[in-house]
Design a protein around this ligand. Structure first.
Ligand code: SF4
Length: 355
């Protein structure tokens, strides 16, 4: 199949079966497209929709986002994961207001220079927000193209990625750019599924090389696997006068910039914990109770969390350190917290209410 025909077939399929009426398609402003594209990185449409709607209600334009406090932006992202996206989105909004008078740039180079916008996201914004030809190569598109041309190997490898970008460039039509961008992503998300793709409904079925050569299960190749290491930490739920002590995590690293529970080494004894709590947080321990452990998996390691609920007395002379804050349970929904920590504290709150 010629690449011109590839684009036409995908567009014809989209006209009948593509997704329409998604919240960011209703009012396709550059701001809506940009926010949705960042949320959709590594995240499925169904998960993104409620987050997008809530986010846009609170931050309806780039000015309201740029003006917001970092903590508030993070609170609207809590639970969506990959928090660097939210920090970059916020930084980016400030930059757009300062440097571009609140208008998202409409060319590839300037878009790619913005925080959190890579080559594929820039292509998607160009096509969907500005109707310009933009080349997209997100996870869904990689799957369609690598199968269509039977490109074996993991798309994260440089040589494979290079072939896929070339193919994406060749197959993107010169017209209906915004529809094609949505069409090729929809085809990957709805038809060319990783497991059991619905090839009989695919417009590329006849000329798809992976299908013809029986390679669908093998393509795209998977990332070479290493078992992620296990890390154990102890989280301390320090409770004083119905308030919980939270610490702001450093901006880089896991859960960066979110408010979380203080952590200590699991090897410390109860006595050592007491001494540490007195010196670091200015509290004396009244009672320690171990809470059920839980695991959380990140892309590069597994975290085993052993929570301790510690009732404390706060020393009156203690000056609050920056980045530490005592919060009431009712206030927790207003701040950005890692999902597992939020769930742990909600369970604790409902257990407390029942007692
Ligand atoms: S024919 Fe099947 S494997 Fe090939 S692109 Fe279409 S859905 Fe994917």
């Amino acid at each position: 199949m010629e690449y011109e025909e590839f684009g036409e077939k995908v567009l014809a399929w989209f006209d009948k079966h593509g997704r329409r009426g998604l919240p960011w398609q209703r009012q396709k402003t550059p701001y809506h497209v940009w926010v949705s594209e960042i949320m959709l990185q590594q995240t499925q449409v169904g998960t993104v929709i409620p987050y997008f709607e809530k986010f846009i209600r609170r931050f309806p334009n780039v000015y309201s986002l740029a003006d917001a406090a970092d903590d508030e932006v993070m609170s609207y992202w809590a639970g969506l994961g990959y928090y660097a996206r939210a920090r970059n989105l916020h930084r980016c909004a400030i930059h757009i207001v300062d440097k571009y008078q609140g208008n998202l740039p409409d060319n590839l180079d300037d878009l790619q220079a913005l925080p959190g916008i890579g080559r594929s996201t820039a292509g998607a914004i160009l096509a969907q927000a500005f109707g310009k030809r933009g080349i997209i190569l997100d996870g869904n598109v990689k799957r369609v193209l690598s199968r269509y041309a039977a490109i074996e190997g993991w798309p994260g490898q440089t040589a494979v990625a290079r072939q896929l970008w070339k193919l994406a460039e060749q197959s993107t039509p010169n017209h209906r750019s915004d529809d094609y961008a949505q069409a090729i992503m929809d085809l990957g998300a709805l038809i060319c599924l990783r497991q059991r793709p619905a090839c009989i409904h695919c417009p590329l079925c006849e000329s798809c090389q992976a299908r013809r050569q029986g390679l669908i299960e093998k393509i795209p190749g998977r990332k070479p696997k290493k078992r992620p290491p296990l890390k154990s930490i102890r989280m301390m739920i320090l409770r004083s006068e119905e308030k919980i002590l939270l610490e702001k995590r450093p901006p880089a690293g896991i859960w960066g910039g979110l408010w979380s529970l203080p952590e200590i080494d699991v090897m410390l004894s109860g006595k050592e914990v007491e001494e540490l709590l007195a010196s670091r947080y200015g509290v004396t321990v009244k009672k320690i109770e171990k809470v059920r452990s839980f695991n959380h998996t990140f892309s590069h390691f597994r975290l085993q969390v052993e929570p301790w609920l510690i009732d404390t007395l706060t020393m009156q002379s203690r000056v609050q350190e920056p980045g530490q804050q005592w919060y009431r349970f009712q206030e927790l929904s207003k701040i950005g917290m890692p999902g597992p920590v939020g769930r742990l504290l909600m369970e604790l709150e409902s257990a407390t209410e029942q007692n």
